[in-house]
Every structure is written in C-alpha cells, then in structure tokens.
Design a protein around this ligand. Structure first.
Ligand SMILES: Nc1ncnc2c1ncn2[C@@H]1O[C@H](COP(=O)(O)OP(=O)(O)OP(=O)(O)O)[C@@H](O)[C@H]1O
Ligand SMILES: O=C(O)C1=C[C@@H](O)[C@@H](O)[C@H](O)C1
Ligand SMILES: [Mg+2]
Length: 162
C-alpha cells in the first residue's frame, strides 16, 4: 500500500492517480470513498460536523486495502489512521503557500477553507499538521512548480530505495 498525505490541494488525488498508473496498480481516494457512501464533504461537515467526517474517513481508509491511496488532508489526525498508514509506504507532498494560493481560490469543495481567509486558514491548519506529515513520511517531495509527471518521476526512485 502506498498512501499519499499532505495539506489540502497539495495534489494527493491528482499525483496519486498518476503514480498508480506508473506502477500499474489500482488507485483509490478516501475522500471519494466517503462521498460515494455519505454525500458531499461540505454536506457532511454542515449536517454532522467535522468529527463525524473523521469517523467516516477512518472507516473508508480501513476498507481501501490495495494499490495507491490518496488520503484526505486531515486523515493523519486520527491515531487509527496513523497506525494504518505506518504499516504501508507513505508519500508526503509538501506545498508552499504561494503555490497553494493559486490552487485553492477556485475550489468550493473544502469546507475548512470556505470564506475570505482561505489561504490564512490553509496555512495555519498546515502548520498544526506539518509535524505529523513529517513523522509519517517515508518519501517527501516538495511539489511547488513541478508538473504531475515530474513529481511522479521524483517519487518512483525513492520508492525503489526503501
Ligand atoms: N503538480 C501540479 N501542478 C499544477 N496543478 C496541480 C498539480 N497537482 C495538483 N494540481 C491541481 O491542484 C488542485 C488540487 O489538487 P488535488 O485535488 O489533487 O489535491 P489534494 O491534495 O487531493 O486536495 P484535498 O486535500 O482537498 O483532497 C487541483 O485543481 C489539481 O488539478
Ligand atoms: O485537510 C482537511 O482537513 C480536509 C481535506 C480534504 O481532503 C477533505 O478530506 C476535507 O475537505 C478535509
Ligand atoms: Mg484529494
């Protein structure tokens, strides 16, 4: 199992899909798995709160057992998920604030970033989680200014060295 972790908009879903293709394996996304069973992420947050979303995320990740898995940005918060990820190989995508600004402004699907202060919130959420991402990472790639293909090509040799 290869898990992609990192802050919102770092490219976990996008890079994960490409990485799975490069490795000729399956791709899954924990956010998509939650949405498929329980409705959109903004809806789940609004109706049941973030903690309920985190419960659903734990359940979804526990069921995704093969190939490359893109996690949600906050999946690393739950201890159960940390343990699960530690049993696989973890790829951390690091994203800088300037690159993040470009990516998050046009996206309304992240309830934690709703409102005018999206970038400030993104940065403060990231700083709280950064030590967890770093602790869990087997492979660490800074993605700013790189194409999806370049990122995949940076990840592949590092996976071979593990
Ligand atoms: N290397 C890249 N270069 C340019 N744009 C990118 C790159 N990787 C991803 N993107 C774009 O950035 C946005 C966020 O990407 P993506 O949804 O894959 O991030 P994520 O880490 O899965 O986010 P989330 O935590 O919300 O699930 C998308 O619009 C995607 O097309
Ligand atoms: O970083 C986060 O807390 C989140 C990231 C997204 O992938 C979704 O899982 C959701 O919007 C929460
Ligand atoms: Mg994603």
């Amino acid at each position: 199992m290869i898990y992609l972790i990192g802050p919102m908009a770092s490219g976990k879903s996008t890079v994960g899909r490409s990485l799975a293709t490069a490795l000729s394996t399956s791709f899954a996304d924990s956010d998509a798995a939650v949405v498929a069973h329980h409705g959109t992420i903004p809806q789940i947050f609004a109706e049941h709160g973030e903690s309920h979303f985190r419960d659903l995320e734990v359940q979804a990740l526990a069921r995704l057992l093969t190939g490359v898995v893109a996690t949600g940005g906050g999946a690393v918060l739950r201890e159960e998920n940390q343990q699960l990820l530690s049993r696989g190989t973890v790829v951390y995508l690091e994203l800088g604030q300037q690159a993040a600004a470009e990516r998050i402004k046009a996206d309304s699907n992240r309830p934690l970033l709703a409102g005018d202060e999206a970038l400030t919130v993104w940065a403060s959420v990231y700083e709280k989680r950064r030590p967890i991402y770093e602790m869990l990472a087997d492979v660490h790639v800074v993605v700013d200014g790189k194409s999806v293909l370049q990122i995949v090509e940076e990840i592949l040799p590092q996976l071979e060295q593990l």
